[in-house]
Ligand binder design. Structure first.
Ligand SMILES: *Cc1c(COP(=O)(O)O)cnc(C)c1O
Length: 405
């Protein structure tokens, strides 16, 4: 029989769960797009987005997904012929490099594998050899959503500075903004890229690009980007429509405003980071127990380098696919596919999956996913270490302990 009827949980790393109040905020007639409420709402959203990213710089909103935000960021900085250094810890950096290539830029990809972070010493070494400063920017992905590796932007900033190199630091924060500690100005990030559908709990459709004064100066030193991607009119519009180079994404803005209220007012940004960290630790604790029987393994061995909003896992093929199918058909949980770990035509592809735990996710949702995985392992007759769900519950109990009076 199937036990999937009830509220389905899409536990993939984006689009993430949309809170009911965010859905409700969209359920209303279209507003005037020339004056009134939408104009002041937009000002508030821009201010809140700067708080979320920890910056005194600017933020431009594009009607786009993450790929669009990648292109927006690159189009303002990389002119045809420009060289950039792209640091890869999984497929997403390769994707961003491809966007740069199609814009006529010359990305040089340094691959750090799929189970560990960027090595800043190597970056420093490469930049020191670039004596005439031809490398225009260093581009990196803070959290690679496919591998669940987190790299440290501060170490890359330090490498750029130690080499005395003028390159800008551009960071893809799509899977970390609103999820884990990330403060653009404190980390010395010049351009930060985000999207609405991950930690920001809003449907896909808004691409975000934060940029420093230094990045804006760099934009000015090159031929202006195409009209749609140019970030200047979006942050210094003469008329409201220029914020979006056309009609505003009205209902997405209502949604985002409510999501930012939940994040900044109702919970608090640092509390949201702490929540994600605790829930991630609960998942790791469960997987470590299952792994005692060699059933499944965390892709990132070092806990300090694991993302807090997504966990990539390895199993013997084809059991990851079997487990995913059992959970979605029988238990009402959709897990993420393994992305970029093997070609979809390769039988090894069926040995990877991911748990998304970003955004509007709490203790019972994570325990529910883990309990459903445990049931799936039993149903599929896979050997697994004992006590995984209890181990997760213990982490959650400790993190959410009631203070003794
Ligand atoms: C999801 C994601 C993207 C791509 O976003 P799309 O909206 O699918 O285009 C890029 N980078 C990271 C780190 C992501 O998590």
């Amino acid at each position: 029989m199937t036990l999937s009827h009830g509220r389905h949980y899409l536990a993939i790393p984006g689009p993430s769960v949309v809170p009911d109040s965010v859905l409700s905020a969209m359920h209303r007639p279209a507003p005037n797009i020339y004056e009134g409420e939408l104009v002041s709402l937009t000002e508030r959203i821009l201010a809140d987005l700067k708080r979320v990213a920890g910056t005194g710089g600017e933020v431009a909103i594009y009607i786009a997904n993450g790929h669009g935000a990648w292109e927006a960021a690159a189009a303002n900085i990389v002119a045809p012929g420009d060289e950039v250094l792209v640091l890869a810890t999984g497929p997403f950096a390769h994707g961003w490099a491809e966007v740069v290539r199609r814009l006529g830029g010359r990305p040089r990809v340094v691959d750090f594998g799929r189970r560990g972070p960027v090595d800043a010493a190597r970056v420093e070494d490469i930049l020191r050899r670039d004596g005439d400063g031809a490398i225009r920017a260093v581009m990196m992905v803070h959290v690679d959503t496919a591998t669940s590796v987190r790299s440290d932007p501060a170490s890359v900033r330090a490498a750029i500075d130690a080499a005395g190199h003028p390159a800008l630091l551009m960071v893809d924060g799509i899977a970390s903004v609103g999820i884990e500690a990330l403060s653009m100005d404190a980390l010395g990030i010049d351009v930060l890229v985000g999207a609405s559908q991950k930690g920001l709990m809003t449907p896909p459709g808004l691409g975000l690009v934060w940029f420093s004064g230094r990045a804006d100066e760099a934009r000015g030193s090159r031929p202006a980007p195409s009209a749609y991607w140019d970030w200047r009119p979006r942050v210094q519009p003469e008329a409201y429509y220029q914020h979006f180079c056309g009609t505003a994404p009205t209902h997405h803005l209502f949604a985002l405003a409510e999501a930012l209220r939940l994040l900044l007012e109702e919970e608090g940004l640092e509390s949201a980071w702490a929540r994600h960290a605790a829930l991630a630790r609960a998942i790791w604790a469960a997987v470590e127990r299952w792994d005692e029987a060699g059933t499944m393994r965390l892709n990132v061995p070092d806990p300090a380098l694991r993302a807090h909003g997504v966990t990539a896992l390895r199993m013997k093929a084809p059991f990851a696919t079997r487990l995913r199918e059992w959970l979605s058909e029988r238990a009402g949980v959709t897990l993420g596919i393994g992305l970029g770990m093997a070609a979809p035509s390769d039988p090894a592809w069926h040995g990877f999956f991911r748990i998304g735990h970003m955004g509007h996710v709490n203790a019972h949702m994570v325990l529910g996913v883990l309990g459903a995985i445990e049931a799936g392992l039993v149903a599929l007759d896979l050997p697994a270490g004992e006590g995984a769900v209890s181990a997760a519950a213990k982490v959650i109990a400790e993190a959410a302990a009631v203070p003794r009076s």
